[in-house]
Structures are given as C-alpha cells and as structure tokens.
Design a binder for this molecule. Structure first.
Ligand SMILES: C[S@@+](CC[C@H](N)C(=O)[O-])C[C@H]1O[C@@H](n2cnc3c(N)ncnc32)[C@H](O)[C@@H]1O
Length: 235
C-alpha cells in the first residue's frame, strides 16, 4: 500500500470534506482549463453534466471517463459501470457509446457495509439515490441496462459477454475486488478498466494491488485519483 494512503487525514478528505465542499470549485477551475484546449462541444457537455447532476468526480476525472469511452467505442465489446449514483459518469458513457450495450450496476440504496480495509471513511447507505430518477435522466439512450442490488450478486442474471470498457466507482475494498474478479476475465484484449479513488481510498487501492499482484498488467496511475489497466491478450 502506498505510504500516503496510511494517513487517515487523506482518507477523510476522500470521503467527506474535499468531495462535498472543494470539488465544485476545483471542477470549475478544471473546466476553465479544459476550455482552453479541448473540443468546445466536449467541454460544454461536461459543464452541462456538472450542472445537471451532483457528481463526486472532478471535471478532469469525468474527462478521463469520456476519453477512454470514446476510444473504446471503436472496439468490440460492451460497456459497464459499477457505482452509478445519480448518473453523471453514466451519462458520459451514454453520450459516446453509440449502439453498444451499457450495463449499469448500483444498489441505488447507497454504499454497502465497509470492511476494516476502508478505514471508516464511509457509512453504509451513503450516496443513496433513486433508480427511477437515474432511469429518467438517461431516458432516450438505447441499449442501457440497469442492475439494482449489491454487486456481484446483481450480475448473476447478466448474460455472458465481453467488455471493451468497465468503469468502477464503488469506494470500498470488497466492491472493488468483486468488480475486478468479475470483469477482468471478461475484458477483450485491449479492454480498459478505469477506477475512481485508486490513490485516495485505501480499500480501493488495496483491492487493485492485491488483484494485480500476480497478473501481467500494470496499474497505470492518472494524475487524478483514477487508475487504469489495459487488459493484455492471453499469452
Ligand atoms: C461515489 S458513488 C458513484 C459516483 C458516480 N460514478 C458519479 O458519477 O457521480 C458510489 C456508488 O457506488 C455504489 N456501490 C458501492 N458499492 C456497491 C456494490 N457492491 N454494489 C452496487 N453498488 C455499489 C453506491 O450505491 C454509490 O451509488
């Protein structure tokens, strides 16, 4: 585990103060920066999503979701997201996925119980939101499938398929590990896993470190809190 993650002060920032108070201002600054050199239509879309939906992701983080999704939309395989909350990052996936299937997993009743690996940062039920409200927000996009319940149990009835892009934003050790165990073997060669909070939340970091300890793929850290992994072809 990274040494800075041993600090509980950083953990608390990740779970509370930073996300709730600083993020809006931070994202506004980031959007101004993105506006200087990115496609104005994309920046407009990010601004709109920020206005419409309280997101726990910064503008740069949403941009990374957009960038990976846009690249992977050209590859075979479905898209998935675990950790939808009010649908901000899911809306981005919808905007770029074309006619690909998008599978969205969330309890829609907030976080499940944490373990000792999560350092008490979050409480059960935090980030509860209404499935109907998210459905309404994403109404009009084709081939979007909602799976309510605790992942991975909520995936039991999902037909077998390959994925080009899996986005995780579940905040907790057990959920992140379950996402990796489920999606890693189902990713296409060149498929991309992107996770929020990799270097902010100890549980997320631990799940990735443990899972990839015996895998050939490297965990690539972004300058945001995110990390990504590109699935290699089987040797
Ligand atoms: C930080 S929020 C996701 C934020 C969202 N990506 C956005 O764009 O604002 C975390 C979400 O993960 C969900 N979650 C966490 N663990 C889960 C699990 N094991 N199964 C299903 N949903 C889970 C919670 O219900 C919550 O809505």
């Amino acid at each position: 585990m990274a040494t800075w993650l041993k600090s509980n002060r950083i953990q608390k920032l990740g779970g509370g103060v930073l996300e709730r108070t600083g993020l809006a201002l931070w994202s506004r600054l980031q959007l101004a920066g993105l506006g200087a050199h990115k496609d104005p239509a994309v920046v407009k879309m990010l601004r709109q999503i920020h206005r419409e939906r309280r997101s726990l992701m910064s503008a740069f983080e949403l941009f990374n979701v957009y960038g990976v999704a846009r690249a992977q939309a050209r590859r075979p395989g479905a898209f998935a997201e675990v950790g939808v909350y009010r649908g901000a990052s899911a809306k981005l996936l919808c905007e770029v996925k074309g006619d690909k299937p998008l599978h969205l997993f969330d309890t829609f009743e907030g976080l499940p119980p944490a373990t000792e690996h999560d350092r008490g940062v979050h409480r059960p039920g935090e980030f509860a939101c209404s499935l109907d409200a998210v459905r309404a927000y994403l109404d009009g996009y084709e081939n979007v499938h909602f799976h309510k319940g605790v992942f991975p149990e909520s995936a039991v009835d999902v037909p077998e398929m390959s994925y080009a892009f899996a986005h995780f934003d579940v905040d907790l050790y057990e959920g992140t590990l379950a996402c990796l165990e489920y999606f890693y073997p189902r990713m296409i060669p060149g498929g991309i896993i992107l996770s929020h909070d990799y270097d902010l939340l100890a549980g997320v970091n631990k799940a990735f470190s443990e899972f990839f300890a015996d895998k050939p793929e490297a965990i690539i850290e972004a300058p945001t809190t995110q990390c990504l992994v590109v699935k290699l072809a089987a040797a």
